[in-house]
Design a protein around this ligand. Structure first.
Ligand code: ZN
Length: 148
């Protein structure tokens, strides 16, 4: 009999993603259309990527905390070449490092969807977008000034 974890692992493998037992809850949440962050159960330090023990206090227990997905672009670049045939229809696209407001120290490698080349900048406010949840993608969209 397959467990829910096994089914999730198979779903992710079909997408070319191979999580460990430490990272599975992160990818599982993405598939379900939400974003979670890994936090040390002892000292509260966030850690990304999730790992088997806390680099601060060596504690092994974690708490998965749901994020509201609001953050800031720390850095970014535009990909103009399709590195795989599957990306041919997506270029150019943004690859960004996004810092989450509710998880200090966590920076996610993500895409910024629907953004023009003159719109993305370091410090831009973004919010997680789960329209591609079935692909377990880490996507954000720019947040309008009125949302700040
Ligand atoms: Zn800790």
């Amino acid at each position: 009999m397959k467990t829910a974890d096994m089914e999730t692992m198979e779903k992710l493998a079909r997408l070319g993603l191979y999580p460990t037992k430490d990272t599975l809850p992160f990818w599982d949440a993405l598939l379900a259309g939400s974003l979670v962050t890994c936090r040390c159960a002892a000292c509260g330090r966030f850690r990304q990527p999730p790992s088997g023990f806390c680099p601060g206090c060596r504690h092994t227990e974690v708490v998965w905390q749901r994020s509201d997905g609001v953050g800031t672009v720390y850095s970014f670049t535009w990909a103009r070449h399709a590195f795989t045939p599957g990306l041919r229809d997506r270029v150019p696209y943004v690859i960004a490092l996004v810092e989450l407001d509710d998880a200090p120290g966590v920076r996610l490698i993500a895409n910024i969807l629907d953004a023009g080349e003159d719109q993305v900048r370091v410090g831009a406010r973004v919010v997680a977008d789960h329209r591609n949840a079935a692909e377990a993608r880490i996507d954000f969209v720019l947040r309008g000034e009125a949302d700040d």
